[in-house]
Design a protein around this ligand. Structure first.
Ligand code: G3H
Ligand code: 13P
Ligand code: ZN
Length: 305
């Protein structure tokens, strides 16, 4: 059964571990991440963006997630980076057990008002709400300290925002960025800022842009012809610190994309006579499972189902 994300995340916060929130776009990703969670006995949040919904269709995604949730682990279906209120409302009515309203690019007051609206819709259906305050872009993107301070999450404002909106969990900006090119200089997160946020705001904290851009996966992809250039992800040591100081939900998309496409490249390269797509997708499935399992070990969610 699908459960509200908050149910899983409260336990994680109390138990000092984090739940992997893994982005899926199709059946292949979904089956692989759920198989990983079952193997590791880990709770899991399966999440889809508005882009994934556009690609696969909300009904397909919900139906597949409901089947996947028959697995013997706690699982939530979450709308990631919801920006369109109509889509958010539809997700709440269609069986998502958690939604994000991403108002991070809006003026503060508008972010508060829209988040409150989403919270009101969600309450009636016992759906969890993730909100966001601050801009999720790499620390190295900011030229001056003042610039950085203006973009990363302000701890006092985060506490105020969480009280005003009644959101269940909060995504914060502490230096991560989406994608495979997160840092221009040294990879590091603003852990001091996170500590302050966690002290003032007791709800589960969400870390976006948390992919590690795993070296071996990148190497495999490059070996089979991928042109990836200077990729750089979040260090495992930073992830451990983030969990220690209050992060309970960690979003991973890029690492799964890299795994899937590395597997595809490998299959096409090494099995040039095979035309059965199911066989060609096997290496991708194995790699996604492996990457998801590594995250469960790193986040210490193994055995917590
Ligand atoms: O933040 C989430 C993603 O990494 C971007 O996903 O291409 O499905 O919008 P998308
Ligand atoms: P990555 O691009 O680091 O995987 O981040 C994914 C994410 O934050 C999805 O919301
Ligand atoms: Zn994100």
């Amino acid at each position: 059964m699908l459960v509200p994300a908050l149910q899983i995340l409260r336990k994680a916060r109390a138990g000092h571990y984090a739940v992997p929130a893994l982005n899926v776009n199709n059946l292949e990703f979904l089956k692989a991440v759920v198989a990983a969670a079952v193997k590791m006995r880990s709770p899991i949040i399966v999440q889809t963006t508005e882009g994934a919904i556009e690609y696969a269709g909300m009904e397909y995604l919900v139906a597949m997630a409901k089947v996947a949730a028959k697995a013997p682990i706690p699982m939530a279906l979450h709308l990631d980076h919801g920006k369109d209120l109509k889509t958010i409302k539809k997700a709440i009515q269609s069986g998502y057990t958690s939604v994000m309203f991403d108002g991070s690019s809006l003026p503060y007051k508008e972010n508060v008002a829209k988040t409150k609206q989403v919270v009101a819709w969600a309450r009636a259906k016992k759906v969890s709400v993730e909100a966001e305050i601050g801009a999720i872009a790499g620390i190295e993107d900011f030229v001056t300290v003042k610039d950085k301070d203006a973009h990363l999450t302000n701890p006092e404002q985060a506490a105020q925002f969480s009280k005003e909106t009644g959101c269940d969990t909060l995504a914060v900006a502490i230096g991560t960025a989406h994608g495979a090119y997160k840092f221009k200089g040294e990879a590091h997160l603003d852990i001091e800022r996170l500590k302050k946020i966690a002290k003032l705001m007791p709800k589960p904290i969400v870390l976006h842009g948390a992919s590690g851009v795993l070296e071996d996966v990148v190497e495999l992809a490059k070996h089979h012809g991928a042109k990836l250039g200077e990729v750089r992800g979040v260090l495992d040591a930073d992830i451990k610190q983030a969990i220690k100081f209050g992060v309970s939900k960690i979003n991973i998309d890029t690492d799964l994309r890299l795994a899937f496409t590395a597997g595809m490249r490998e299959a096409l390269d090494e099995l040039p006579t095979v035309i059965d797509p199911r066989k060609l997708l096997e290496p991708s499935n194995i790699l996604i499972r492996e990457v998801a399992q590594r995250k469960m070990l790193l986040f210490k969610s193994e055995g917590k189902a």
